[in-house]
Design a protein around this ligand. Structure first.
Ligand SMILES: Cc1cc2nc3c(=O)[nH]c(=O)nc-3n(C[C@H](O)[C@H](O)[C@H](O)COP(=O)(O)O)c2cc1C
Length: 226
């Protein structure tokens, strides 16, 4: 279904993975294609391919006494891309129930004081955010519920709403590994056999379906234009 209000709007799709043949990168490409078909201009930001350095440095460290501090040219270019976006979709593998360092460092350096927060009217106010996190845990693993909750607290409350976003959702996509993993009662990591052939095709089709559904739900929750 197309959304007339989305004409000429921009979506920034941020992919945080070190391999272009990863399931994460594949999911980001599919997400970008879906957003384009919904009428968005897509800016695909592949942090690894663009050589983004996630380490904080002196030029980009906030100066609490000066919210107008001119950050590095690199960070200012990223800030413009965020400003140009009506919605931001981050696609990443869940690492330690959080975002990987590559994405964390992008937020640390770019979503900076005076830009993303620290003003009575944040410059990111009103934007919408989807966090699409791929998890190695299987969907029937009891760990998923707590993972969803910790990600929502961290990413929605701690970052997006703190920076004035109008809406932020976390879509957790379990079963991202071809070898199912779980921790048993004694704390041992149990790694199952790799799925293969038709079974693998079914697993990935189901994974794609859930990723697609998460993007559809996010788009459907879009506020109606006035
Ligand atoms: C450092 C590291 C930490 C991870 N932490 C978690 C975790 O906390 N929960 C989880 O379900 N999977 C975890 N995983 C598994 C990844 O989420 C999984 O490998 C990834 O989503 C697969 O997607 P990819 O093929 O695109 O990398 C972790 C993997 C690594 C390498």
């Amino acid at each position: 279904m197309s959304h007339p209000s989305t004409a000429a709007r921009t979506a920034l799709v941020v992919v945080a993975h070190h391999r272009t043949d990863s399931l994460t990168a594949h999911t980001a490409r599919r997400t970008a294609a879906r957003l384009e078909s919904a009428g968005y201009r897509v800016d695909l930001l592949d942090l690894q391919a663009e050589g983004f350095d996630p380490r904080m440095n002196a030029a980009d460290q906030p100066d609490w006494g000066n919210r107008e501090k001119p950050y590095s040219d690199e960070v200012q270019a990223h800030m413009r891309r965020v400003l140009d976006a009506d919605l931001v979709v981050a696609v990443f593998p869940v690492y330690w129930q959080s975002v990987p360092a590559l994405l964390k460092g992008w937020i640390d350096r770019v979503w900076n004081y005076g830009f993303a927060y620290g003003r009575s009217k944040p410059r990111l106010a009103g934007k919408r955010m989807l966090w699409l996190g791929l998890a190695g845990a299987t969907s029937d693993d009891a760990i998923i519920e707590g993972m969803q909750s910790v990600l929502e607290t961290n990413l929605n409350e701690g970052i997006a709403y703190y920076c004035g976003f109008a809406h932020s959702s976390v879509a957790l996509l379990p079963d991202a590994e071809e070898r199912p993993q779980r921790i048993d009662a004694e704390g041992n990591l149990l790694v199952g056999d790799a799925v293969a052939g038709a079974e693998r095709d079914v697993q990935y089709a189901e994974f794609d379906r859930r990723a697609h559904q998460a993007v559809e739900e996010f788009l459907a929750a879009e506020p109606v234009a006035v």
